[in-house]
Design a protein around this ligand. Structure first.
Ligand SMILES: C[S@@+](CC[C@H](N)C(=O)[O-])C[C@H]1O[C@@H](n2cnc3c(N)ncnc32)[C@H](O)[C@@H]1O
Length: 410
């Protein structure tokens, strides 16, 4: 005879007593969701894993350190039976049945009156996947379906349009250093929901190819503007499209607030009364060295790292960088936009006391298929950039951390 399918339901457990029998791995996996649901949880178990014990110490659950005893389920709304003692599990299961308490059994799904679905969350929605009957139970399959749905919702490959009115406005999204996998989940989702995307030259350009044909993609570098007017032209484009009621994503390389002029755009949008949300990104200043096997800090080697712009030379009156002070620091110096001026930067650092043999690495087009690392010292880097023809974009790392990683990673 075909078994009836389980009836799916969402239990609202706030303040309601839930009894968990057994403090092992099953409890450890299930308790966080019960805690998040606001349940009044009583754990009955002589022992518990360190994580479960920490939940009791934090007051998230009440732990009674003893084996199961008849009567434990009397006032419960829901029970999770997961002890290592089959007899106790059977007795507790019978008690749950007698008191009409829905109960999950970790050791015998057939005897349970409830099953825990494989669950995941995305943007205010819980995805819960159950198999239809106990005989067809395949927890790996349900978990795989849950993963596929949640991953698809998060990265935008599964598009579920919102039927509530979307708030038009601008999302300033940090796209990470270049590898399309290094954008945040939120950034990728907003990209998938956008009507218009205004993108920089740096960042995950490959993601633009995935956008549906109706999405208007604007290359920020090609917005017509006069000299020095680029940022204003971009601000205007953002404002105009948002005013037309469109969802606009401003896609930037790395993090929007690390040499990204992100706050200028936020300010312009605020002045125009346009709602704006900022999604942080993985900055090239840390991730590009890391991708080339260089940690910006390392125990016993560098206790600080300083990120600095090298777009103007140290002797340029527009420079805001205190190079003599930087020369005295013992930690790591990370220079962005510095390929053209690295010779002069190195000379200035040496002139102010930084040892000429300090290791330097230049990482060009980090995290992309074209990634390339070139090593030098402060004394040689100016010449090396020329002979090796290093081109922007590159992150330059100066300091002892350059040589701490295994060569295989470099
Ligand atoms: C205008 S700044 C923008 C930085 C960006 N907002 C961030 O957080 O990474 C551009 C500089 O970032 C660095 N850069 C960005 N992406 C890079 C990459 N994939 N590889 C090497 N350097 C990169 C280079 O120094 C480049 O000149």
């Amino acid at each position: 005879m075909a078994e009836n399918p389980a009836y799916p339901v969402g239990l609202r457990l706030t303040g309601r007593r839930v009894v968990v029998l057994g403090g092992g791995q099953v409890a450890q996996r299930r308790l966080p969701a019960l805690i998040a649901a606001g349940a009044d949880i009583v754990l009955v178990s002589p022992e518990a894993t360190p994580s479960v014990e920490a939940m009791a110490d934090a007051g998230e659950i009440t732990w009674e350190r003893r084996p199961y005893a008849d009567g434990d389920l009397a006032n419960a709304w829901y029970a999770l039976i997961a002890t290592t003692d089959p007899e106790a599990n059977t007795a507790a299961s019978a008690e749950a049945e007698a008191h009409r308490v829905w109960c999950v059994r970790s050791d015998d799904a057939d005897q349970a009156t409830a099953w825990t679905p494989a669950t995941g969350h995305s943007e205010g929605v819980t995805v819960a996947v159950l198999t239809t009957d106990a005989r067809g139970r395949d927890p790996r399959h349900t978990a795989a379906i849950r993963d596929a749905v949640v991953a698809g919702l998060r990265d935008g490959t599964l598009v579920a349009p919102h039927h509530r009115t979307r708030t038009p406005g601008v999302a300033l999204v940090g796209g990470g250093p270049g590898d399309p996998d290094l954008i945040t989940v939120r950034g990728r989702r907003l990209l998938a929901e956008a009507d218009v995307v205004i993108a920089d030259r740096l960042g995950p350009r490959d993601l633009l190819a995935e956008l549906p044909p109706h999405v208007e993609v604007i290359d920020a570098a090609k917005i017509p503007y006069g000299r020095y007017m680029a940022q204003e032209a971009i601000n205007n484009a953002l404002i105009e499209h948002a005013k037309q009621g469109k969802s606009v994503v401003r896609l930037k390389g790395g993090d929007p607030f690390v040499y990204g002029r992100g706050m200028e755009e936020v300010q312009a949008l605020a002045e125009a009364g346009i709602p704006c949300t900022v999604v942080p990104g993985i900055s090239s200043s840390i991730s590009v060295p890391g991708a080339a096997g260089i940690p910006v800090t390392h125990r016993g080697v560098a206790h600080e790292f300083t990120v600095v712009s090298g777009h103007v030379a140290p002797d340029d009156e527009r420079s805001l960088v205190d190079w003599p002070s930087l020369a005295k620091l013992t930690g790591t110096l990370v220079v962005l936009m510095g390929v053209d001026k690295i010779g002069k930067i190195a000379e200035t650092l040496i002139a102010h006391g930084k040892p000429a043999d300090t290791p330097v690495a230049l990482v060009q087009e980090g995290t992309t298929a074209a990634q390339r690392r070139v090593d030098a010292t402060l004394a040689t880097v100016g010449e090396t950039v020329r002979t090796e023809d290093v081109k922007p974009p590159a992150v330059i790392v100066i300091g002892a951390v350059v040589t701490v990683g295994p060569e295989a990673l470099a």
